[in-house]
Design a protein around this ligand. Structure first.
Ligand code: PMP
Length: 357
């Protein structure tokens, strides 16, 4: 039986990438050593790191005045690193789109940053994105935005107008899955384990004029230091960078970002169209704010939801349990989820519905 993995992260990776990892795991590029064993200072790894950065630059058309940095510590460490590096005046704005935006705000406050909530989706229980109602105070250091809300299932495509204040985006759950212009942001960060590769790697893309203004930052959080050391201040996550590099090459082979985004929209439309006509399942999110990456849905009956999750698993549709904050089900449809997987889910749900009216 084929398995389709709808996990929100760590998540499904492309089959050809898994096959390649397996094939070259004992001996990387005929070196007689595994990628798990080689030095990060070796020529072999330097090439891996170089290719990963170049492929990312090609896929996202990253302008030359942006650094691409490879961090550890997940998206969560960037909730601390972003304010330490960029919030020189200790004042940032927040678009409160739910759980991960609030987590980012809490970490910023821990390092002495005042967080101004500019708009919140709280009144709609985050079923809608926050909307800026008035011009943004131009003295803020940046505005934090979560482009895709993994738990609530909302996604921003129209960026807010913040004037001269840079946007800092947590793109953890739709990095390389939806298209954005890098030049619209001062900072982008994303944990790799949803749409790019295994856990242990976090991508940071930052405009060069925004960094290097704060002295004596903890070294492991210092964007300027990581830029100067080519992300090799200490031992980087070698295997995670290697695997992400393979995914980047796979993305290029598929036709790049435009192809992936078109596929993601088609996959999401298939599931949302089903949910919208269903008399059993519903997706609670405002239509224009729906995520193409994470689709939460419910029956309205917790016991029935649990039955769906359990029974779907027995049919090879795994990791559909929703986040504990919202309950119900959640299907994550990242780049490596094929259309056939979404079709299998829709067919399954349709059949379940026919037997549970
Ligand atoms: N931001 C978003 C949008 C997320 O979905 C997550 C993880 N679910 C995080 C940040 C935290 O990421 P990490 O576990 O890599 O620290």
């Amino acid at each position: 039986m084929s398995i389709y993995n709808f996990s929100a992260g760590p998540a499904v990776l492309p089959q050809p990438v898994i096959a390649q990892i397996q094939a070259e795991l004992p001996s990387f590029q005929d070196s007689g050593m595994s990628i798990l064993e080689i030095s990060h200072r070796s020529n072999l790894f330097e090439q891996v790191l170089h290719d990963a950065e170049q492929d990312l630059r090609d896929l996202l058309t990253i302008p030359d005045n942006y650094h691409v940095l490879f961090f550890q510590g997940g998206g969560t460490l960037q909730f601390t690193a972003a304010p330490l590096n960029l919030a020189r005046h200790h004042r940032i704005g927040l678009l409160d789109s739910g759980h991960w935006a609030q987590r980012a705000a809490a970490e910023a406050e821990r390092v002495g940053t005042k967080v101004h909530v500019l708009a919140s989706g709280a009144e709609t229980n985050f079923k809608q994105l926050p909307i800026l109602a008035r011009p943004v105070d131009q003295n803020l250091d940046y505005v934090h935005l979560t482009t895709n809300n993994t738990i609530e299932g909302t996604m921003t495509t129209a960026l807010p107008n913040t004037g001269r204040v840079p946007l800092a985006a947590d793109m953890s759950s739709n990095f390389l899955g939806e298209s954005y212009q890098v030049s619209d942001f001062g900072l982008i960060f994303a944990g790799a384990q949803k749409n790019l590769g295994p856990a242990g790697l976090t991508i940071v893309i930052v405009r060069d004029d925004l960094i290097g203004h704060v002295d004596n930052l903890p070294s492991m959080l210092d964007y300027q230091l990581f830029a100067a050391k080519n992300s090799m201040f200490n031992t980087p996550p070698v295997f995670a960078i290697y695997a992400a590099g393979l995914v980047l090459k796979w993305l290029k082979q598929q036709g790049g970002l435009d192809t992936m985004v078109a596929r993601n929209h088609a996959k999401a439309a298939l599931l949302y169209d089903f949910l919208d006509q269903s008399r059993l399942f519903t997706n609670p999110v405002k239509t224009s704010d729906r995520s193409t990456m994470n689709v939460p849905f419910i029956t309205g009956n917790t016991d029935l939801d649990n039955q769906v999750i359990q029974d779907a698993q027995e049919h090879g549709l795994v990791n559909l349990k929703g986040h504990r904050l919202v309950g119900g089900m959640r299907a994550s449809l990242y780049n490596a989820m094929p259309l056939a997987g979404v079709q299998a889910l829709v067919d399954y749900l349709d059949n379940f519905e026919a037997h549970h009216r």
